[in-house]
Design a protein around this ligand. Structure first.
Ligand SMILES: NC(=O)c1ccc[n+]([C@@H]2O[C@H](COP(=O)([O-])OP(=O)(O)OC[C@H]3O[C@@H](n4cnc5c(N)ncnc54)[C@H](O)[C@@H]3O)[C@@H](O)[C@H]2O)c1
Length: 362
């Protein structure tokens, strides 16, 4: 890997390699861009095949966080960390505390959180050594983000409905919700209240049945996801669900859901959806309620305020969809351009000298 060439082409500011042989710590902290604020992003623990694979993952994920924060109006930068190891067997208090001290050395340039392979317990160990950790006593407990994430997805879906059918309301629309987990549970509730006809599925059928029964939706099997006629397909399970196999089977007019990285290959599969006249609401935009939730910890958590902010994902999505339509570009191209524009303008604003008592003689 040509490390500096890669960092410069992807726009990263800093990558920190952390090692501690006594505790077994091997960590990579990637800070992509801090133009908007401190870099925030979770710590992922995974058995990477190689050091290079771990670095690549940290670089890709941290860059994604910059775009998510930029487009959603949050004043945070993009960062992500990865710990190399097996989350089932390689964890210890000492290792996470050693990692916490490394986070502390960055003095708030990077703030961490839970991610794949890490838990609240791990965050508590990190918090013994640094306050720059969310989701525990560190910066200020915001709790389960999924109701906020679901509100953002619902708001993005209403904007998508407006652009497609001329009305925000989902009343009478058939919505297939894939996944019956945390985000989907709240999303199904919001949709049913709006009058949508909701079909829900999960690989664990009992979860889908329980959720459907609770809100008056219909449970379907995972195989029926692509054969059930619908207006909206809402992926809320795992990534890469929009691919060569699945896109030709879609009967919907809109795809809008909370799952991360829905497009298996971003450009190719976004083009495939556009060619089939299916509106794709970019995942990182409509699921940014989770980030808004964590971001609000930094200034003192207020659930009502953050829910209102997540409702604002309606306007953010609408702006992206209309920009994409006006310029005849992909919706992901429009959202990336809007994120980059905000970054550029805030960097410019921060170029104004506002006085510093730390510089002698000024
Ligand atoms: N929780 C949040 O606030 C948040 C924020 C941003 C993004 N996301 C993303 O949203 C998605 C859902 O998050 P969550 O917190 O609800 O997770 P979760 O683990 O609570 O729910 C996911 C559900 O999907 C089911 N599932 C997995 N594969 C499936 C398949 N092929 N078909 C049907 N169901 C399947 C699982 O059994 C599980 O019930 C994830 O991609 C996550 O990264 C979540």
């Amino acid at each position: 890997m040509q490390i500096f060439e890669t960092l410069q082409s992807m726009g990263h500011e800093q990558v920190v390699l952390c090692s501690d042989p006594v505790t077994g710590l091997r960590a990579i902290i990637a800070i992509h861009d801090t133009s908007l604020g401190p870099a925030l992003g979770g710590t992922r623990m995974w058995k990477y095949e190689s050091d290079e694979a771990a670095i690549t993952d940290a670089l890709r994920l941290s860059r994604g966080m910059t775009y998510k924060a930029a487009v959603s109006g949050v004043n945070l930068g993009g960062g992500k960390a990865v710990l190399i190891g097996d989350p089932r067997t390689d964890k210890s208090e000492a290792m996470f505390r050693a990692y916490g001290r490394m986070v502390e050395t960055l003095r708030g340039r990077y703030i961490t959180a839970e991610d794949v392979g890490t838990s609240v317990q791990d965050m508590e160990w990190i918090n013994m050594e640094t306050k720059y950790v969310t989701g525990v006593g560190g910066i200020g407990g915001s709790g389960d983000p999924s109701p906020v994430t679901a509100m953002g997805v619902y708001s993005g879906m209403r904007a998508s409905a407006h652009t497609t059918w001329g009305s925000d309301s989902l009343a009478g629309k058939r919505v297939v919700v894939q996944g019956a987990g945390n985000v989907a549970s709240h999303l199904v509730e919001y949709l049913v209240k709006d009058g949508a006809l909701v079909f829900v599925t999960d690989i664990y059928q009992e979860k889908a049945k329980a959720l459907a029964a609770k809100h008056g939706a219909t449970a379907i099997s995972p195989e029926e996801v692509f054969t059930t006629e619908c207006d909206v397909f809402s992926p809320n399970a795992l990534g890469a669900i929009l691919n060569d196999d699945t896109i030709p089977k879609l009967s919907c007019a809109v795809v809008c859901g909370g799952a991360n990285n829905q497009l298996k290959e971003e450009q190719k599969h976004a083009h495939m959806l556009k060619d089939r006249n299916i509106l794709y609401a970019p995942d990182y935009v409509v699921n940014s309620g989770g980030l808004m939730n964590v971001a609000s910890e930094v200034d003192g958590y207020d659930r009502a305020k953050v829910m209102r902010q997540a409702e604002g994902i309606y306007d953010i999505t609408m702006n992206i969809l209309l920009t994409a339509r006006d310029r005849d570009v992909l919706t992901i191209e429009a959202s990336n351009a809007i994120a980059e524009d905000r970054l550029r303008k805030v960097r410019h604003v921060h170029g104004t000298y506002i006085g510093s008592p730390t510089i002698r003689g000024v």
